[in-house]
Design a protein around this ligand. Structure first.
Ligand code: FE
Ligand code: FE
Ligand code: ZN
Length: 280
């Protein structure tokens, strides 16, 4: 079963996201947990979330992927920012229990000069503090392009975070692989798919991979830039994208588009991906 979705705006509420995903031909979707445009996050209505849950059930959706806001930084230098991040993420994990079995993705953070090692410890400490063994959500560390002081540009950095988790919560933490980010980070996921996935398996483990952000890139391999491009229009090429979505190690994982598209653009890209997918 091809699990494919795209990024959907939460501006119209929860059930509306499900309708938008259906319109785009998706069977899963990603959304920002807070409307990036609204400064105040109004409390979501449990009825609206319940309506989304029903829509997802009735249409055979796979669990949705919630994406934490970019403003969070678990390894900020300022302890107030770290505190704010931890409290906001703990809040979101509580809310996500209304959609059981959700995925929750976040950018590991920027160490802003404190060093990779110190950053890794802060990220793991935060997860150990805010997660509970009872939660149904799986929390995902996103692979990054390695620009500036970003942590997560190397698979080894994600492994180091996973290794510092308590045994109680470690089973609820995995990785989301962003194809644009790792390409910009120097991993030739499009050209040498087998080798990159073998390395991911060796360092992190494919069993810890829960989601793929499927994006083309505006920049060449190893550029450390992070500018997403439409499918088939960037350096990953349509041939590369085809190899990725059909790879035996990835074919059962959910793919989420975060390309520069509106909903109609996503609808076209999902139709394109289905035509390139061997079993869809
Ligand atoms: Fe992201
Ligand atoms: Fe991403
Ligand atoms: Zn990105």
């Amino acid at each position: 079963m091809f699990k494919v979705g795209c990024h959907i705006s939460i501006a119209g509420g929860y059930e509306a996201m499900g309708r938008d995903a259906l319109y785009a031909g998706a069977n899963t979707f990603q959304y920002f947990t807070r409307n990036p445009r609204g400064s105040k996050s109004k409390t979501p209505s449990p009825d609206d979330i319940e309506a989304l849950r029903r829509l997802m059930d009735e249409n055979g959706f796979f669990p949705a992927l919630a994406h934490a806001p970019y403003t969070y930084n678990p390894c900020a230098k300022d302890p107030h920012i770290r505190q704010y991040t931890a409290e906001a993420m703990a809040d979101e994990l509580r809310l996500l229990e209304y959609l059981p079995g959700s995925l929750y993705n976040f950018h590991p953070g920027c160490h802003v000069g404190q060093g990779v090692e110190a950053g890794i410890v802060m990220i793991a400490d935060m997860l150990n503090a805010i997660m509970t063994p009872a939660q149904s959500t799986t929390v995902l560390l996103e692979t990054m392009a390695g620009k500036g002081t970003e942590i997560g540009g190397r698979f080894e950095e994600l492994r180091a975070i996973l290794d510092l988790l308590t045994p109680e919560i470690a089973p609820k933490v995995g990785v989301c692989l962003d194809t644009c980010h790792i390409h910009d980070g120097g991993y030739d996921i499009a050209g040498d798919t087998d080798a990159v996935l073998a390395e991911f398996d060796r360092v992190v483990g494919l069993d810890r991979l829960y989601a793929i952000h499927l994006n083309d890139s505006k920049n060449p391999l190893g550029a450390h830039k992070d500018r997403h491009e439409k499918i088939g229009e960037g350096s990953l090429t349509l041939d590369g994208i085809r190899r990725i979505i059909n790879h035996p190690a990835l074919r059962d994982k959910p793919f989420y588009l975060e390309t520069p598209c509106n909903l109609d653009g996503y609808k076209k890209e999902i139709a394109l991906l289905k035509s390139e997918r061997e079993d869809a």
